[in-house]
Design a protein around this ligand. Sequence first.
Ligand code: 5GP
Ligand code: ZN
Length: 115
Amino acid sequence: MSHSCLFCRIVAGEIPAQICYSNEHVLAFADIKPVAPVHLLVIPKQHIASLSQLQPNHSNMLAAWMLAIQKVAHDHHLDAAGYRVVVNTGPQAGQEVPHLHAHILGDRQITWPPG
Ligand code: 5GP
Ligand code: ZN
């Protein structure tokens, strides 16, 4: 846990969040500035700065992360209409919080290409 990291502090319960799912490896909560009617973040509880920092020994967490994304989207009734999963990585992608996270965006038409 990094005390200077916003999402580590949410994992630790030091900063409140609207949590919708938690297990051994991952936490899911509502984005504070939603850009879609459903906008959730799914993060590993372990501090990993970004996708570019992943290592082969993270494979258990990675499986749990992707399955949690699937479950949270399902629980929010997004399967039929579809949804987008986004992992901004690094400055040119607009990553603002340096703790690995997936955005789940749903309940509106999402366009391609992204901005
Ligand atoms: P990024 O741009 O790094 O991919 O996305 C970071 C996301 O975290 C943004 O969508 C932003 O709204 C969200 N965020 C930033 N601070 C907080 C916070 O304190 N609580 C919650 N729930 N979300 C946050
Ligand atoms: Zn962190």
